[in-house]
Each structure stands twice: as structure tokens, then as C-alpha cells.
Write a protein that binds this ligand. Sequence first.
Ligand code: ADQ
Length: 745
Amino acid sequence: MNTFRLQFRFLAPLFLVIAATAYLTVPLVDQLSLRWTVRDLNSRSQLIANTISDNVFDAVTSLDHVRLDSIFNRLIMDERVLGVGICDHDGQLSEKTAGFPDGISCSVADAVAKKSSPTLKLTRGSVHIAVEPLDRGVLSLGELILVHDLSYAEKRGEDTRRYLILFFVILGSVIALITVITAHLSLRGWVAGARALMRGEGLLKPFETSSPELQPLAQDLRAMLRELEEERRSRESPQDLWTPEKLRDLLHADLRGDEVLVVSNREPYIHENTPDGIVVKRPASGLVTAVEPVMRACSGTWIAHGSGSADRLVVDSNDTVQVPPDKPSYSLKRVWLTKEEEEGYYYGFANEGLWPLCHIAHVRPVFRVSDWEYYKAVNQRFADKVIASARTDDPVILVQDYHFALLPQMIRERLPRATIITFWHIPWPNPESFSICPWRAELLRGMLGSSILGFHTRYHCKNFIETVDRFLETRIEHEHSIIRLDNRETLVKSYPISIHWPDEAEEASWPSIEDCRSELRQRFGLSASHQVAIGVDRFDYTKGILERANAVERMLEKHPDMIGKFSLIQVAAPSRSSLDEYRYFQERLLQRVEEINQRFGNESYKPFILLAEHQGSNVLTRYFRGAEACVVTSLHDGMNLVSKEFISSRNDLAGVLILSQFAGAAGELPEALIVNPYHVEETADALYRAMTMPEGEQRERMRNLRTTVRERNVYRWAGHMLQDAARSRRRERIEARLLSHSENC
Ligand code: ADQ
């Protein structure tokens, strides 16, 4: 239909031009042909007059009427000669042939003959009149009048006109046909070129040369893409930091306030019943820390599992509550799960299966059919909730983490126009490791329902693409990290997650470093000069807390002078404690810590202080500011936000970060002391080095670390994903328009 309109828009003016040309040309040709006929008749009349004038002269002077009639009758045998007559000196028509037109008197004939085009319109048709003198020497008999019939010329003109119009109609049709065929072929070529161009395949040249008529459009497209690139680059500029305002601007400008939905297992606010009434808690979760600022900026809907004991008491009839409680800015919609569902989907498949599968932490993944069934069912429940919550047919949906590998495809089936961004917060293993999952193909297919699939690092992206390549029939464009499955494409890209960088007002609210130092030491009965390293994690076997304890032990062995002067304070938030592996791990750690503390400590001194507690972010900031070092020894970690939180809290430029080489953050933070946590010697040395590092070196390292984290903050993480989503939406809109054109061609 659109193509028809496009062609009509082109062909209508073409037909108009042809009709106008015909309209002007036909009378012109008419006139020309008449002029030629008149000129022809002038000479013809002259010739006739010259031929017969002597004979006529003789016949008239000899009053030989028979001879005169015979001359005249011979003449009018010519069907084009209508009549011949003689005008005498008195202006009277003294002789005339039969059929001589009535309306032509001598005076009329004289008047007409003087005109440049000596023609006269009579009721029976037009005639040509020629008047020739009839004389010999000085003797004049009057004038010979010759009247020619012009109707044959008119008939010839009519025929010419008809042929001309026919010619123009055929010409127009031929041009129109050629135009339609050319446009059809060009548009097809152009659509392919434009698609390639939008994918950034650099096919602009062939695209332009194959369809030069569409160059202006190509230039527009190129300009649009350039603009986008520049805009993106300008947003990248370190002077122009990503902020909540900038993210909000992006949502409004690039996504034009499109509907945004977030899906995660963990909710950002948990309502709990306590003896003092309902209290609101914030979970210890990197995911929540990162996604919450996006929701605050876009006022969307966050769909999550309602896990708090008072969660049902505070929601409305749509299971929704407005959050944050102190300044509501977005909706939290809760999904209720039965105990069995939670055990099968969350604890079972997600945390006993996928979590150890993706973290190479030497804990054997457990895959039970019943867990898988619950995983599928709960994914479907969340998909239904998303679809029911969507107000538009093309919302932007941010799917969070390994709990929802099947969700993207389930949503895609019902909302094919949605932009689904799935972010996988944990590492992705190599194909061999992933292959042990019995439902690997289903999981991969589910994830490929996403428009954009994000990981923290390029290495995880590479592992994912290789895994898909190994287990699914897809088309992979390695150059652009695009996977095509069932006519849909998924962009696989790294978006390193980060934290909110505190502004001046927040920093001003922090207690001084001295206060934080003394508060921390007082709380644990340590002397003012006691050196402290801090560890903050969920109580999880992937975080390398056991290895950390071993490193403390080894450092004290190697540097006995540190005994009594150094402690590592570990704040471990209880997590997934109902799972066997977590319980064994916690027991093992407690035992190890006790051994170390017995070996090097006493009543008043513990080298390893283990606090199995969840702390508010204010307390954590004070701990970070009061410590000499922060220790992150994850055995495998998607990113690790604790390392970045430590850096952001150290505006005094002091403090040392010890960071595992197996945390995604290690790639961004090379100024940390990077360690292999499995290498106890190396980690122990790093601990000692941190405790003895000169202030100058600390400042130099910390300054660089702070610059990196400040620039690569969480708004940049979200902004880059949403920019890519906006670009993908723009591209899909243009492609849809082009597709409908080409389909109608
Ligand atoms: P997590 O495995 O939860 O996140 P991490 O990135 O360190 O790991 O985030 C933990 C968050 O919880 C931090 O904000 C931290 O402050 C907080 N937290 C930790 N222990 C706490 C405690 N005892 N008390 C209070 N708060 C505590 C997953 C992936 C990571 C990835 C994040 C974000 O495993 O690799 O960085 O998601 O994508």
C-alpha cells in the first residue's frame, strides 16, 4: 500500500507533465499543419490561375461560354476545388461554377485574399480563397476567384491530433512502467543497503552507486548516524559525567518517555514485620544497588518476588506499592511465590544449578528435573505479570540476571515489538563448563529472545557467543557481536556495572576519617594504631572469604611483627543459608577463623573478626573509611561492587584495594593490588604490602582508581544500555517502514 502511494506520488506529476505537454503541443501542430496547407493552396491557386488565365481570357473576350464552362468544369472535377468565379470591374460575380459557395461575394473574396491566411469559415466548413488578376497587357477583365475546400485539411488535422494524443498516452505509459520497475528494483537494493548501513556494515558505497536516485535519503541516514555517534561521544567525554539528570534526559530524549519495566527476583525494598511494627529493609545485592537509580530516574514499574513477611500488607489491589518509602518515585509490583516454587526455582535451579555452573568455584552444580519445572513455571508467571503490566506493545523491559533466562523469549512471543535488555550479573563460563547443563539449549534460546544481552566483560560475551555457536543453529556476526535466531537478532555486549558516585553533599555528611578510624577500633576493642583490613560480602563461597582467612594466617606467619597489630574485619551478610553448600561453607569458614584466631590471637585480640551481619550502607561507608585496606578475593565474580564502594568512600585518597584477578572489576581497576586468591602466598604478600604501603603510593593509586570509578559510574552503565536500546528501537522503526515498502513493491 505504501509503495503504491510512493509510486503514485511520483507518477501523478509525471502524468500531469505529459498531459500539459500534449495540451500545448496539439494546437501548435494544428496551426502548423494549417499554415502548411494554406501555403500549399496559395501556390496551387497561383499555378491554376497561371495555367488557365489565357484560355479564360480568350473565352471571355470571345464570349465563348461553352469553352469557359468546359475550362471551369474541368477545374472543379478536382474534388478540392469548390468553385471558380470571375469578378468584373464592377465587383460583380459575372461568372461562377455550380456549387460556388453562396456566402462569397467579390468584396468578401477580396477582403479574405488580403489576409495572411486567406481562409473563411462557412456553415458547411472552411474554405481557402485566392484572387488572381485576369488580364493580358493593359487589358483587364477583372479577377479570377478560386475557392478551395479546406475541410480535408481539417480532417487531416483531426487525425494528426488523435495520433499525437495516442502517442503521448503510449509515451506516458511506457515511462510510468519503466519508473515502477526501476523504483521497485532500486528500493529493494536500497532497503538491503540501508539495513546493512544501519548495522554499520559500511555498505554505503555500493548502496549509493546501485541506487543513485536515493542518495539524498542515504545522506540523511548517514547524517543521522553521525549525529548519534557524536552525541554518544560527547556523552562519553570525561568532563561530561553521567549523572541521574543525564540519564533522565536520555530517557526523555532518546526513549521519548517510553514505558520502562524492570524484572528481577530480588525486590529493592522488603517490608518486614518486627515487634516495633513494619520496617522497610534494603537487601545486600549488587543488582539492586545498580538498578535502583535507573528506576528513580524513569519512574517505571519494577516487578519482583515479594519475599518480606509484611510485603502483602502494604500493597494495593494490584500487588503494587510506591517506593522509595521516603520519596516515592516508581512502582514496585510484587509476584507471590509458594514455598515449593521458591525452593525449586530460586534455591534449586537458580542457586544450586546456574550459580555454581557460571562461577567456576569448584562447587558441583545440581540439576533436578523438578527444579527445572519450577524454573520454567515461575519464569512464565513473571512473563505473564510483565505482559499484564505493560501499557504499550513496545515497552523497554530490563530483565535482570540468571533467575530469568527463559523470560526474554516468553515475553517476546507475546510482545514481539518490545525492546528486551537482559543483563546477566554473573560470569558466563566456557562452552565445556556450560555443556553440563541438561537444558542448555532451552536456556540459550530463552536468552536469545532479548534484543540486547549484557555481560560485565568482553570475556563473558565471548564465552556466551562461543557457547551459542556450539549448541544452537544460529547465524553469528562475530564482527558486531550479533546473534541471529529465528529471524531475530540479539546484540551481545559488555556493560561494566558500577555504583552511584557520591556528590559533594553526600560526602559532606560523612564523618571524618579520624572519627571513622576511632569508631571502628573502639567497636572492636582495638588500639588506635591497630591496622585494619575490611572485607564486605554476601556470605557466599564464590567470594573467596576462606582464601582471605588463609592469607591472613600466612601473612602473620611470614610477618610475626604484625601479630597483635593487624586484624581483618569481615562483614558477611547471611545469604541462601538454607542451601547445604552455603551451610557447609559457613561452618568451614567459622572453623578456619577459630583456628587462626586461636593460633595468633588471645582474649582481647582476634586477627580475623567475622561478623555474620547485614549492615546499612552508612555503616559500611564508615568501615571503609576507617580501614587501611579493603580485601576482595572472589574466586569468580561478575564485577564486584564492594571494590568500587570502597574506592568511592576514600575521598582522603588513602587506603589500598586488594582485588582478585577473577573479579570483573580487575579489568577496570589495575591500580589495585591484583591477586590470585588461590595463591595464598601472593595474597598474603599483598596484605602485608597494603599495610606497609607509603602514603604517596596510596594517593597515586587511589587518585587513578577514583577517576575511573567516578567516570564509569552506574548511570553510564544504564545509559549505555538504554542508548543502545534507543538506537535499536530507532533502527527497528526505520526497518519496519522500509520492510513494508519493499513488501508492497
Ligand atoms: P553480588 O554477588 O551480590 O552481586 P557485589 O557486586 O559485591 O556482589 O554486590 C554486593 C552488594 O551488596 C554491594 O552493594 C554491597 O555493599 C552489598 N553488601 C555486601 N555485603 C553486605 C553486608 N554484609 N551488609 C550490607 N550490604 C552488603 C552480583 C554479582 C556481582 C555483580 C553484582 C552487580 O555477583 O559480580 O557485581 O551482582 O551486577
